[in-house]
Design a protein around this ligand. Structure first.
Ligand code: NAP
Ligand code: MG
Length: 408
């Protein structure tokens, strides 16, 4: 009988199940790594695409409300329905992206952090500590308006105030032939909450915060982001950052990219929506695999949602359905669970829950470092005399053994 069977998680944890290969791994993780070790009240929401469809997506909203009530949630990857998926699952319609729904309700910033192991060197050798990306998850091109211009004519920006006042116009371009235009926006409120989330995350982790935009070219739009960050820093963080021995550093994005490549890592890099989208994939790839990237949505209201950065790994799922053995990496999903449990333990002030989360992570890291890994990692890992590729379940079982050994 293991002593940790008695570890009580004080507050319920919100659990959101998902789709395809990640759903298969989710069930294994829960059954083999979580349930046997914890006395935990899991509030289960099934975000399987068919259930979201059957409930007209109410289940997603209920899950988000449960996170607002209990504070911490852990989410499996989910299908974002498109026309093809509507056919595949015989859905009533095109559901909204669950992540977008949850993000809109919790109003957060997404932080992505690579999982580093000793036998997988980042392609950039100087990166010794993780580079965490803080991506603004509102506005810019993601809610942009675009138009194709068929021929000669003038395109303008027009602002019509709700209150009394003059209409303002800016000429974008006098077209002499066909072309394209794009209109994007952001709000001071959203930028402020993004800045607050980044300052707070870096302070909690005791790491420096870097922020970069193209403010030399975009003198109003990007400059507003820079100014909002500067104001947030001066009003709320200067003293706390000094005490913690950490720094806030703003630089032009070109300069930041060059510095990141030459850095040793170990800081939070805050980026606008598009920059964060692109740079987080670059960092994940440079660290070895998409399956080694964790993701957490931090709300300025103190709510947390943990998940893997990757999707439902559709190709592997079809192989699994076809009866083939798969070798899919569950690291990011396991770290979503450990991240949520660690945060739960911190908020509840229950150090034994935090210790369990740390042991779960260490057992997972030890497994890879001992040479046992899934297909995505064998090709990028350093040579190990006993290295071997294992199945999806074989990998989780290897972690089970190491976790048991650590806790007994
Ligand atoms: P994906 O799940 O991110 O996988 C893309 C490819 O990356 C896989 O085919 C695989 O490459 C590799 N990969 C990703 N995760 C892996 C893992 N854990 N272990 C091993 N290899 C891994 O993207 P997708 O399959 O194109 O998308 C499937 C669905 O996911 C889509 O419906 C999309 O809407 C959804 N999605 C959801 C989220 C989310 O819920 N957060 C995020 C992104 C996408 P190989 O095939 O080369 O082995
Ligand atoms: Mg991307």
């Amino acid at each position: 009988m293991s002593r940790y069977r008695n570890i009580k998680v004080k507050t319920p944890l919100v659990e959101m199940d998902g789709d395809e290969m990640t759903r298969v791994m989710w069930a294994m993780i829960k059954e083999k790594l979580i349930i046997p070790h914890l006395d935990i009240d899991l509030r289960y929401y099934d975000l399987h695409v068919a259930n979201r469809d059957a409930t007209d997506d109410r289940v997603t909203e209920e899950a988000a409300r449960a996170i607002m009530r209990f504070g911490v949630g852990v989410k499996c990857a989910t299908i974002t329905a498109n026309a093809e998926r509507v056919k595949e699952y015989d859905l009533k319609g095109m559901l909204k992206s669950p992540n977008a729904t949850i993000r809109a309700m919790l109003d957060g910033t997404v932080f992505r952090k690579p999982i580093l192991v000793q036998n997988i060197q980042p392609f950039i050798r100087s990166w010794k500590k993780p580079i965490i990306i803080g991506r603004h998850a509102y506005g810019d091109v993601y809610s942009g308006v675009e138009a194709a211009i068929p021929g000669p004519g003038r395109v303008e920006l027009v602002y019509t105030p709700d209150a009394a006042g003059d209409i303002r116009r800016e000429v974008i371009h006098d077209f002499e032939g066909p072309g394209i235009v794009q209109g994007i926006h952001n709000t001071d409120e959203s930028i402020r909450s993004f800045a607050a989330a980044c300052f707070s995350y870096a302070w909690e982790e005791k790491i420096d915060l870097w922020f970069s935009t193209k403010d030399t070219i975009s003198k109003t739009y990007d400059a507003r982001f820079r100014d909002v960050f500067e104001t947030e820093y001066r009003q709320n963080w200067v003293e706390r950052y000094r005490e913690a021995g950490i720094e806030y550093f703003f630089t032009l994005i070109d300069d930041a990219v060059a510095r990141v490549v030459r850095s040793g890592g170990g800081f939070l890099w805050a980026l606008k929506n598009y920059d964060g989208d692109v740079m987080s994939d670059m960092i994940a790839a440079a660290c070895g695999s998409l399956a080694m990237m964790t993701s957490v949505l931090v709300s300025p209201r103190g709510w947390y949602e943990y998940e893997a950065a990757h999707g439902t790994v559709r190709k592997h799922y079809y192989r699994h359905l076809g009866g083939e053995e798969t070798s899919t990496n569950s690291m990011a999903l396991i770290f979503a669970w450990s991240g949520a449990l660690r945060k739960r333990g911190e908020l509840d002030d229950t150090p034994d829950v935090v210790d369990f989360a740390k042991d779960l992570e260490q057992a997972s890291l030890d497994t890879i470092e001992s040479g046992i890994m899934t297909g995505d990692l064998v090709t990028v890992a350093d040579h190990h005399p006993e290295a071997r590729k294992v199945t999806t379940e074989g990998f989780i079982d290897a972690i089970v053994r190491r976790l048991r050994a650590r806790r007994s």
